[in-house]
Write a protein that binds this ligand. Sequence first.
Ligand SMILES: [Zn+2]
Length: 235
Amino acid sequence: MSVPASRLTSLMNSFPRFDVLSSPSAIQTKIVASADLPTRFGEFRVVAFSMGFDGKEHIALVHGNVENKENIPVRIHSECLTGDALGSYRCDCRDQLEAALRYIGNEEHGIVLYLRQEGRGIGLVNKIRAYALQDQGLDTVEANHALGFADDERDYSAAAGMLNALRVKSIKLLSNNPRKLEGLQRLGIVITERMPHIMPANRHNHKYLETKARKSGHILPLDTLAADYGREAYS
Ligand SMILES: [Zn+2]
C-alpha cells in the first residue's frame, strides 16, 4: 500500500509545517516530486525533496499512509556509496539499509529517509582518504580528526524538514545513535521510541563498529560484536 499520488501532489504545493522548527534549513525543505517505487523489500513511494539552503537532493521512501499519523517507524540513512551500492564490508551501512527497508516494507506504514551526506558528512573523496588512514592503523574517529573533521559531521535539519513536509506527527526511530535522537528532538521531532538497529559484525567492520560504540556513543552490544567477529555477512 502506498501513499496516493494525488495526496502527495497536494503536499508538494503546500508549505511544510515549520512552526516548531528554528532551523532555516528545515524551513526551506519542500517536496518537489514523487513516484511509485516497487522494490525487492516492498512497495514504496519515492519522494524527492528540494533543500533550498544547499541544493542537495534527498529522498524519502514512504510505505503506506503516514500523514498525520503517530508512531511512524522511521530509519534515517546517510548515503554510503561503497556500502550501499558496492557491498563494502568496511561498514554496516548496506545491512542497515536493507534491514530497514525490509522491516518497514512489511509494516503498515513507515519511512526510510535517504540523506545524501556521504561519509558521515565529509564526502566520498574524504571518506576514501579516511579509509587510507585506517589502513595505516587509525580508527574511524582518529582518521576523521587527522583530516580536520569532527568524527560525525552529519546534520539532521534536512531530516527534520523532510519529516515535517511529510506531515508525520511522531516517530519510532530505528537507530543505535543517541546523537541522532537528540539532534532530531532539538529540531522539534517527537520521538516516542528508539528501536535498536543492530547488524551482525564481520571481520572487516568489527573494529569500526567497536569504535562507534566506544568513541561515538552508539548503543551496540560489544560482547555480541566480539562473538560475531570472524563471520562474513553474506546473508
Ligand atoms: Zn558505509
